[in-house]
Write a protein that binds this ligand. Structure first.
Ligand code: GDP
Ligand code: MG
Length: 163
């Protein structure tokens, strides 16, 4: 199977913004894969001549707490099944939440490598605050601003190193 990067995280942390960043070099949304549903988007990224699939999960935003939890679990399951590496995105602007914690609990048991991506690190003040996310216990932590693009190059270097 082709090298695939899955982006997971609770709503509004910036998954889709990161997805678009990763696809910047070569915008290609894949639409003809069987089984593709509206709850996730597939694209092909190109970093220094290395091509790989990217999955943006969680496009579907459920309206009840119950469905919400189930959707998040489904998202993580998809990522674990289909991905070569998982980008677990959290939000430095909002800080850590209970949902981040429960997703981390599941992802720590992943057999696939998980990179913790702390997004919305737009300035140095945010960078200081963002260190709270080390407590989630992941070895690989990246501090990025998907909005400005800062830090995304280092992330892509490490992702493609696994190919
Ligand atoms: P998703 O629900 O996880 O896919 O999150 P989105 O990509 O839709 O982003 C949610 C909101 O966060 C949007 O308003 C984005 O513009 C904003 N956002 C995404 N990345 C950044 C960032 O690096 N810095 C800041 N300040 N906002 C961001
Ligand atoms: Mg999204």
């Amino acid at each position: 199977m082709a090298f695939t990067v899955a982006i997971v995280g609770r709503p509004n942390v910036g998954k889709s913004t990161i997805f678009n960043r990763l696809l910047e070099q070569r915008k290609a949304i894949v639409e003809d894969i069987p089984g593709v549903t509206r709850d996730r988007q597939y694209g092909i990224a190109d970093w220094n001549g290395k091509n790989f699939y990217v999955i943006d999960t969680g496009g579907f935003v459920p309206d009840t707490e119950d469905v919400f939890e189930r959707e998040i679990r489904k998202q993580v399951r998809i990522a674990m099944d289909e991905a070569s590496v998982i980008l677990f995105v959290v939000d430095a602007a909002s800080g850590m939440t209970d949902l981040d914690d429960s997703m981390a609990d599941i992802l720590r048991r992943s057999t696939k490598p998980v990179f913790l991506v702390v997004n919305k690190v737009d300035n140095n003040e945010r960078l200081l605050e963002a260190s709270e996310f080390y407590s989630l216990g992941f070895d690989k932590v990246f501090f990025i601003s998907a909005m400005s693009g800062s830090g995304t190059g280092d992330l892509l270097d490490d992702v493609t190193e696994l190919m």
